[in-house]
Design a protein around this ligand. Sequence first.
Ligand code: ATP
Ligand code: MG
Ligand code: MG
Length: 540
Amino acid sequence: MLCGIQLTRLVSRSPLLSSSLSFSRSSSTPLLIRTVAMAASSPRSYNDAIDALNSLQTPFAIIEARRKAGIRPDANSVLEMRAYLARIGYSSSDLDRLGIVHVAGTKGKGSTCAFVDSILSQYHGSRGTPRKVGLFTSPHLIAVRERIRIGSRPLSEELFARYFFQVWDRLESSQAAAGDDGVVVAPGSKPIYARYLTLLSYHVFLSEGVDAAVYETGIGGEYDATNVVDRPVAAGISTLGIDHVYVLGHTVDRIAWHKAGILKPGRPAFTVEQVPEAAAVLRERAADKGVDLRVLPVDPRLAGVKIRPDAAFQKKNATLAIALAEAALQRLDPAFSPDPHGPLPREFVDGLEQVVWRGRCEATEEDRVVWHVDGAHTVDSLKMAARWFAGEWAEEGKRSRAGPKVLIFNQQGRVEAVDFLDGLCNTVKKADPAGRGFEHVIFCTNVTYAATGYKRDFVNHQYNPKDIENMTMQRVFAERWSTLDPSANVMLIPTIEEAINKARSLGETVEDDQKVQALITGSLHLVGGALGIIEKADAL
Ligand SMILES: Nc1ncnc2c1ncn2[C@@H]1O[C@H](COP(=O)(O)OP(=O)(O)OP(=O)(O)O)[C@@H](O)[C@H]1O
Ligand SMILES: [Mg+2]
Ligand SMILES: [Mg+2]
């Protein structure tokens, strides 16, 4: 026992750092070369591509050094992306062929993009327009390839590997020392992980003849890798709040400044209602750029449309998606004309109702456990997730099935994550008429399996390996939770697999008609790993 916290397995004995990959952080340079050499001589499979991609992650030590030196992404980041784009054979005007809908925001970017994609795919199905719809999102839930979709389906492993190495070879063979904007990137060099995937997405979509591509920004907007698009068919900014404070700044107005970087002169632009500080910055930046930014109240045409979850935040996402899809269709189909007062076209309703966006407010049930899974990882979105869980739990209560509440939580990257816990704890307590919070609270790492470590697609060099081995963050979380709710049974469990097994074993102790009500949240990597284990498969 550790200050009332039960340590379920001795952390020092856990194989946390064993991974399905052959290289370690301490020897990344020579092994990186080996990975590349292997890739060149082998059949170049999907796994080879993921290994090569993982070698492009910035190691923890370099991230730390940059942080200490105060180095942040700046205008050069975008110039470098343009240079890389040129090296793989494209100019930013080639991107015009993609009919890009560009989305930034702190929360709801991915959901909004998925809605737009789903609506456009319905249109494709019924009218043949667009010809092909592409979707680029981040991060991934189960596998890297789901970040690049065509026709709403993740790129196949085969296509991913083929295009991945085409980009790789073009970059390696390029002798150019300067991009079209004069920025020098070393000959043969490659951009880091997220930028490489962005570059790859352009190559995939252009090669495959995509004519409507929906793009989620990675971090921010102004200096984001996706911000090489000069003429999007429309830009949208979803709900703003606090996240990525090191890169974007600590206040919502700084954050809004970055996000507004995707607004482009003369191009349709939309946002939803924002907190006043954010709204003011968006307005100012839009005016500076000569952009007519429309602020959308929740679309009244959504009445009667079954959006999941049926929550205010999701209606905002859907509202933004409708406006973006309308703008894209106006470009593509001269016959299309939106009717702001009439009912939504069938394709919009079907697109919104049938969207698949996994790992967000997702419930799945087994014998003794109902799993509630949500990848929220900011203060605000965790409150949303907690509210959703509390609502679901109340419904289960009406059916007398509500067994004990179990939380499985992790957030690896953000030191401020300990402050996420208060809202989560209190929201759930408030929703229980007896004022009880989670009876059992498990903090684990994002390491997938007890025996084999990380699944390849989740290998992450960006965190301090010692912190993971010692469960440093999780210990801080556990202590905070014990203060917030002394009656909770707080546990530290090293891997996702073991955390799930623990929740299942709690299910063995409940009454026959009851089910453990488990919430898994705090990190999309946690949630993706958990879904893979719960479903015993890659849940793509
Ligand atoms: N508009 C919103 N406001 C607040 N929370 C939201 C909103 N939309 C979604 N969320 C919450 O955030 C979670 C993540 O949603 P989504 O994937 O759409 O966000 P995102 O902006 O792509 O986030 P990230 O890329 O940082 O993971 C959802 O599961 C939900 O709990
Ligand atoms: Mg984010
Ligand atoms: Mg996202």
